[in-house]
Design a protein around this ligand. Structure first.
Ligand code: PMP
Length: 343
C-alpha cells in the first residue's frame, strides 16, 4: 500500500488543505493557557470524556451516550472501520470522494467497493442501490458536501443508502456549516446512521485534532470497544470544552467564507476553466487549455499552493482551492490568471 499524502510546501498563501483561514478567538487562547496550568498532568484522562461528550450532546440535543469523540474525524472514521470493517467485510465509497475512507478500510483488511459518480461528478441514487444490493457493505460512506468535488449531496442519496443498507451508513459532515442541509437531525436509535463532524474547519482548530460522531447508542458502545484506552488526552478534552463556548463566534465567519467562495467561483468561471459549484469551503476547477500540473507549479512559483488532484482517478486535470482570507483569494486569482495566460 502507499500512504495518504498532501504536499506541504512552504509558500506565503496555502490554500490546499481546507482549513479555516482565521485563527481561533483570543478568548479561547487565554482559556487554553489557563488549562495548561491546571490539568492534572500526572493522572490519566477521564477515559469516557464525560464532560466533553455532555457539552457536545447539548449542542445537538442528544444524549452523551450518542457521542463518541476522537483525535480528528479521521480517527473517528478509523474507529468506525476498526469496529465494523476488517477482513471478510466490505466497505462502500462513491468516487471521487475523500480518500481516507478507502485508505483506512484497506488498512483494516476490508474489501473496498467503489461506486461511481457520473461524468459531472454527481451521484445517482440508482448507483447507490446497485452497489449496496450487490455487495452488502458493512459500512457505506457519504461525504456531504463531498470532498474533493464540493458538491452538496441530494437528500435522495441518503434516503437510498438508508433504504438499501444492511450495514451502517456514515455521513461525513466535515464541511456541514458551509452547506445547505445536514443529516444530523435524522440520527435516531432506529436507524443505522452515524454523522461525523470536525473541529478542523469552521472551528479553526485543525492543530488540536478533534472530531466526533453522533450515532445510536449501540454504535457508540461498539466504538468504545475498538478505540484505545485514554485516547483523548486531558488537555484536549478541556480545550475542546472551552472551544464550544466560542461556536457562535466562529460560525459568524462562515458567511464571510461563503461570500468569498462566490467571488472565487465567479472569477474562475470567467477564466478558461470548468468550475464545480461548491457547498463547502473549497472549489474544484479544471483548466481547459493548460496542463493542470503546470498551472499548479506556476502558482507555487508565485507563492500560492492549491491541491493538485490532476492525477487522481476520475479527476484528470483538476485542481482544488480552499477559500482563504480576501487577500489570499485575491493572490490566488491573480496567480491563476497569470498561470493560465502562459501556454
Ligand atoms: N473528512 C473529510 C471529508 C475531510 O476533508 C477531512 C479533512 N481533510 C477529514 C474528514 C478529516 O478531518 P480531521 O481529521 O481534521 O477532523
Amino acid at each position: 500500500m502507499s500512504g495518504y499524502h498532501s504536499a506541504q510546501v512552504d509558500v506565503p498563501v496555502r490554500l490546499n488543505t481546507n482549513e479555516s483561514p482565521f485563527p481561533p478567538p483570543d478568548g479561547w487562547l487565554d482559556a487554553v493557557a489557563n488549562i495548561a496550568k491546571t490539568v492534572p498532568w500526572n493522572r490519566y484522562p477521564d477515559r469516557g470524556a464525560i464532560e466533553l461528550r455532555e457539552t457536545i450532546a447539548r449542542r445537538h440535543n442528544v444524549s452523551p451516550a450518542n457521542i463518541f469523540v476522537a483525535n480528528g474525524s479521521n480517527e473517528v472514521i478509523q474507529t468506525i472501520l476498526l469496529a465494523y470493517g476488517g477482513a471478510g467485510r466490505c466497505v462502500a465509497t462513491f468516487e471521487p470522494t475523500y480518500q481516507m475512507y478507502s485508505q483506512i478500510a484497506g488498512v483494516t483488511g476490508a474489501d473496498v467497493v467503489q461506486g461511481e459518480r457520473k461524468a459531472d461528478l454527481t451521484l445517482d441514487p440508482l448507483e447507490i442501490e446497485r452497489v449496496l444490493t450487490r455487495d452488502k457493505p458493512s459500512v457505506s460512506f457519504l461525504c456531504n458536501p463531498n470532498n474533493p468535488t464540493g458538491l452538496i449531496e441530494p437528500r435522495a442519496n441518503l434516503d437510498a443508502l438508508l433504504a438499501h443498507t444492511t450495514g451502517i451508513v456514515v455521513v461525513d459532515e466535515a464541511y456541514a456549516e458551509f452547506s445547505e442541509w445536514s443529516a444530523m437531525d435524522m440520527v435516531s436509535e432506529d436507524k443505522p446512521l452515524a454523522v461525523t463532524r470536525t473541529f478542523s474547519k469552521t472551528l479553526s482548530m485543525a492543530a488540536l485534532r478533534v472530531g466526533y460522531v453522533v450515532a445510536p447508542k449501540q454504535m457508540i458502545a461498539d466504538l468504545e470497544i475498538a478505540v484505545l484506552p485514554y485516547h483523548l488526552d486531558s488537555f484536549k478534552q478541556a480545550a475542546t470544552i472551552a472551544a464550544l463556548g466560542f461556536v457562535s463566534e466562529m460560525e459568524q465567519r462562515v458567511d464571510a467564507i461563503k461570500s468569498e467562495r462566490t467571488r472565487i467561483f465567479t472569477a474562475v468561471s470567467d477564466m478558461d476553466c470548468d468550475v464545480w459549484p461548491s457547498g463547502s469551503n473549497f472549489i474544484l476547477f479544471r483548466p481547459r487549455s493548460s496542463a493542470a500540473s503546470a498551472v499548479w507549479q506556476r502558482m507555487v512559483d508565485a507563492g500560492v499552493l492549491v491541491r493538485d488532484c490532476s492525477t487522481w482517478p476520475r479527476l484528470t486535470g483538476c485542481l482544488r482551492v480552499t477559500v482563504g482570507t480576501a487577500d489570499e483569494n485575491s493572490a490566488f486569482l491573480g496567480a491563476l490568471s497569470a498561470a493560465l495566460s502562459i501556454n
